[in-house]
Design a protein around this ligand. Structure first.
Ligand SMILES: Cc1cc2nc3c(=O)[nH]c(=O)nc-3n(C[C@H](O)[C@H](O)[C@H](O)COP(=O)(O)OP(=O)(O)OC[C@H]3O[C@@H](n4cnc5c(N)ncnc54)[C@H](O)[C@@H]3O)c2cc1C
Length: 580
């Protein structure tokens, strides 16, 4: 197939805070350098016009961006010191911090806030809006932004140097045939490609495997954040108040907690995080969030209110010890793609911005030296190590791992780590760190009898007012995918779904997916050993409702057999997280 090639200098894959900050900082460094050389204020030669592109799979910048979000302004203040005067969309300055322990019926307020969750002086933002605003700043600085352009494949030369990215084809039908509107993807060639795809990036995952960038590191672990925006009838929850919760509804072996952030115009942003290293195969993170809302304290807060929006997205929680090598020839990893998030603080925006800026400074150095190999790009890691990111992340390097021993030991250990600079005190067995999906136990091992997978939530009902089922919630994520395209969720062996997975785990994809993408449907009577259809139990097979997908990446992470591969769908498809 004939493909167009476009020569850029630098291509940033993903228009999140990390890459937009990187692109903006780089454009400014180049412009300032060229101006100083032309004015005779600096020696050396002008770099000329440097072509910087940012590609984004969403229909617009910010469409796929979902976050809490309470932002530590440190990163943004370095990028744009007068960001408030420049009109950055800020909902509120945090003025009230609460930390609650929830029992089944009660909410007990802690007299002190755990230090990592001290948010005074930070800002409540809609990251969707903030990212769209950063996109505008990039365009004003001369950066080319291409929404609806998913990065589908990395391009390599014969020495394994990354030389760019191929964008996804458009106009392929569900049988894989070209439609009338077919447009082949473009090869975007670049001296440096920056992967800022966010959590569990589809290109990042393949690149890390291909180049062994995670060798000697701990496996990355994840959580899933499920959230809704609610409009309240009155001012009962003030703008600028931040509440974090621990306890109900998570059991003590499941890492989790809730948040409630007061935005403008009586809107509250609330959600629940469930660790994607849970043990009980019947856990459903969406149902955990709905149960969270049914707690008397939360239910009272939301009474008479209206649910406006829904979304879900995974969070990289492994921290410092799980970060891969962040460079190779022709490529850098930034933001959540490299695991820069601080799980103890549930904050990654500030470090994503900073990592993008450090990547930009390294690329600027590479452009001056005209060397795009690891020899120069490895300076990115040195810059990260010399920056404020490193002491922050090192201090919490064992935070998530401590919770593998249950909530109370995890809390105690996290406290000690905080005081003693991140030391794990022997509680973490480094040789046995496991990826999250390996923690899930089989139905029989967890003590479940029979194949009734509704046991965990059998007494819980979605009432359509306070609590919603997945299909209703997905409607509020404004998800749209052209249904006449190949499914972008590749299940490598669907036979396992009907056999081993059904028996061993009761098809947990139906539960861990927060968007009702995976469904086991009846496919006629089961075949008996002789192959005739005389079996008594109906045979069930997997149906993938890919058009519901909110791009949270949980299935790619949590599938116990690791046979689900999330790839980018046609550009523009996915959720629309306006105001989230
Ligand atoms: C529920 C939740 C709550 C959070 N709360 C907070 C908080 O309160 N405070 C805080 O600081 N942080 C919070 N975070 C973390 C924060 O959102 C992230 O750390 C931050 O957004 C990371 O920025 P990023 O640029 O690396 O990635 P992202 O923000 O994820 O952006 C990545 C972008 O790349 C695009 N993309 C991905 N793959 C491709 C591809 N192949 N081709 C083209 N485009 C692609 C995506 O569509 C997306 O637009 C939270 C995260 C979640 C999920």
């Amino acid at each position: 197939m004939e493909r167009e090639s476009l020569e850029m200098d630098v291509v940033f894959v993903g228009a999140g805070p990390a890459n937009l900050s990187g692109a903006l900082h780089l454009a400014r460094l180049v412009n300032e350098h060229n101006a100083a050389v032309e004015d005779g204020k600096k020696e050396g030669k002008s770099l000329g016009e440097i072509q910087i592109a940012v590609i984004e799979k969403g229909a617009s910048v910010g469409a796929h961006i979902l976050s809490g979000a309470v932002m530590d302004p440190r990163g943004l203040a370095e990028l744009i010191p007068d960001f408030r005067e420049q009109g950055a969309p800020i909902e509120a300055e945090v003025n009230d911090d609460h930390f609650l322990y929830l029992t089944k019926k009660r909410a007990i307020r802690s007299p002190i806030n755990p230090p990592p969750l001290n948010n005074h002086g930070y800002y409540i933002v809609s990251l969707n809006r903030l990212t769209a605003w950063l996109g505008e700043q990039c365009e004003a600085a001369g950066v080319n932004i291409f929404p609806e352009f998913p990065g589908a494949e990395m391009l390599f030369d014969r020495n394994e140097q990354v030389i760019g990215v191929r964008t996804g084809d458009k106009g392929i039908d569900k049988e894989g045939k070209q439609k009338a509107n077919f447009e082949p993807g473009v090869d975007l060639l670049a001296k440096v490609t920056v992967l800022g795809e966010g959590v569990r990036g589809s290109l990042t995952k393949k690149l890390i495997q291909r180049l062994g960038l995670d060798e000697g590191r701990e496996p990355q672990v994840y959580s899933l954040g499920v959230k809704e925006l609610w409009e309240l009838p009155d001012d009962r929850y003030p703008t600028g108040r931040v509440t974090h919760t621990l306890g109900f509804p998570s059991d003590q072996w499941t890492y989790g907690g809730g948040w409630i952030y007061g935005m403008q115009n009586r809107i509250v942003n609330l959600g629940y995080v469930t660790g994607l290293d849970y043990r009980d195969p019947l856990i459903d993170p969406h149902a955990e969030f709905q149960k969270f809302k049914s707690h008397p304290f939360i239910a009272k807060l939301l009474a008479g209110g209206k649910m406006l929006r829904y979304g879900a997205k995974a969070i990289a929680a492994g921290g410092w010890n799980a970060m891969p090598q962040m460079y190779s020839d022709g490529v850098l990893l930034v933001g959540d793609s490299a695991g820069f998030l601080n799980a103890a603080r549930l904050k990654g925006i500030h470090s994503a911005i900073k990592s993008g800026m450090l990547a930009a400074e390294t690329i600027f150095e590479a452009l001056l030296k005209e060397d795009y190999s690891s020899a120069t790009l490895e300076n990115y890691e040195r810059r990260v190590k010399d920056s404020w990111i490193t002491p922050e992340l090192r201090r919490y390097r064992n935070f998530h791992a401590a919770f593998r021993h249950g909530r109370w030991l995890g809390m105690a250990n996290a406290g000690l780590q905080y005081v003693f600079g991140g030391r794990a005190w022997g509680i973490i067995d480094r040789d046995h760190q496991e990826a999250g999906h390996e923690a899930m136990q089989k139905l029989s091992a967890y003590g479940y009898r029979g194949d009734d997978v509704s046991q965990r939530y059998q007494d819980f009902r979605f009432d359509g007012q306070l609590t919603f089922n997945k299909v209703t919630d997905v409607y509020h994520a404004a998800v749209a995918h052209d249904e006449d395209q190949p499914a972008h969720l590749h299940v490598l062996d669907t036979n396992i779904c009907s056999t081993r997975c059904a028996e061993e785990y009761g098809n947990p994809c139906q539960r861990f997916c927060p968007a009702a993408v995976y469904e086991m449907v009846e496919a006629g009577p089961a075949a008996n050993a002789e192959g005739s259809n005389g079996g008594s139990r109906p045979r069930r097979q997997l149906q993938i409702n890919f058009s519901n997908c909110v791009h949270c990446k949980t299935c790619d992470i949590m599938d116990p057999y690791q046979i689900i591969n999330w790839v980018t769908p046609e550009g523009g498809g996915g959720p629309d997280y306006k105001g989230m």
